[in-house]
Design a protein. Sequence first.
Length: 253
Amino acid sequence: MRFVLCAAFFALMTGGAEAATPLELYDQGKYDAAIAAGIAADDSAGLAVAARAELAAEMMRDAPCLACLSRAEADARKAIAADPKLPDGHIYLAVTLGYEARVVGIVTAGSRGYASEAKKELDAALASDPANYWALAALGGWNVEIVRNGGASLAKWIYGASIGDAMAHFHNAFALASGNLVLRYQYALSLAGYDLAHYRADIEDALTRAQNDKPRTAYEIFAQARAIKLLDTLRKNDPDAVASLVRRDQGYP
C-alpha cells in the first residue's frame, strides 16, 4: 500500500508523463533538447532526428555555421551506420552536404564530391522507401542545383541531372504530401534560385499554397513565415530583393 501511495505521489509530482521523444521535441521546436535526446538514444531514428534538429536550427540562424553543419553531417552518418535501411539518415546527410556546398563554394564542394555523394544517399533513401516524399523533394532540389551550377548540358552529361527530372521528382512528392507546406516552400526556393522569371507562376503558386496550409510543427511555422515574406516580396516586383531573400533562405553566406 505504501508503494502504491508513493508511486501515485511521484506520478502527481512529475505529471505522470513519460519523457518526450526526440521527434516530439523536434516538433515543439526544442532543437537543443531534440539533439541531446537523439544522441542519447544512440539509434538510427534518434540520431537522424538529431541531424534534422541541427539542420532546422541552422536555417534559423542569421548566418551559416559550418561547424553546426559538420555536426549534423556527423550525426546523419552515425544514423546511417546504425541502420542503413532507415531512409532518414541518408536524406539528412544529402541535405547537409547541399548546405555545406553553398558555404564552402562550388570548387571546394566539387573537389570533395558532395554532389555525387548526395545523389548516392538520396538513391539509397528511395531504395528503402520509394514513396518517401522528403527524399523525392530533395532529389528534385538536387537536380535543380546541379543544372544551375553546371548548365544543362554538363549537368546531364556528368551527373544525369535535368530540370525535367527535378520537376518530376517534386511533383511526385506533392502527390504524396499535397498539404506539406515545407515541400512547397523548398520547391519555390529551388526554382527562384534557378530562373525566377521563367518559373514565376509556379513559384507564386507554391508560395501561396505554403501560405494557406496549416503548420503542424515549430519548423513549419518558421517556414511558413519565410514563404509569406518571399511571396510578399515577389508580388512587389523587386527581383533583387527576391534574389537576396532566396540566397539567405538557401543558406548562402
